[in-house]
Write a protein that binds this ligand. Sequence first.
Ligand code: 6PG
Length: 233
Amino acid sequence: MAAAQNRPVELVVADDAGDAALAAARLLADRAGRGRAIVLAGGSTPRRAYELSAALERDWSRADVWLGDERCVPPDDERSNLRLVRESLLDRLERRPTVHAVPTELPPAEAAAAYAEDLSHATLQLVLLGLGADGHTASLFPDARSLDESAALAVAVAPGLEPWVDRVTLTIPALTAAREVVFLAVGADKALAARRAFAEPPARSTPASLVRSAAGRTLAILDRAAAAGLPSA
Ligand code: 6PG
């Protein structure tokens, strides 16, 4: 893990949130068209990127889609990350990918174990991740025990912030195994976290700083506001 943490991050600074979403959408659409295994982020930022990627590539039938984390709520709950992905992406496609949903009908620990088992058969190409203002990514929260997980590919965790529901999250070993790790973060409220995650030494207080593709590339797509604290911005 230490070696992966030291790998560099390529920064892409877009003029605004729309351009940042488009940059992420192009990557998603391309990898989907090639039939790759793709992990999608939750939260609100990626919604526009998902809409654009559905417009750019209507046929995702050869791809597999996973979630980097999920809130333990029913799939039609407005807090569900699967619902976000369904509304902004899946419902807009001509041909859907194979969707690997977290089985949220199970208790969180069982859901995580089932998801980990499913993931053990996958070779992840692209992991899209968000960034919290506190430096979290997926549902890996600052200084949480989940950051020490070295074997399981998914674990159940307590919420680190709203919404206050249990989560299932991919772990650092699962995320760093992907050939491409892509962060998407926009807005001034992410500037400090972006600096800590992408321009300062790895730290457990900033989980996003611990997630780098072990053997491939790591990209951070930011708008100018989110990049404002970075030395090169
Ligand atoms: C989630 C996430 C989470 C998210 C960040 C950023 O389920 O909440 O996957 O890690 O990406 O909290 O969220 P926003 O895009 O809403 O700022």
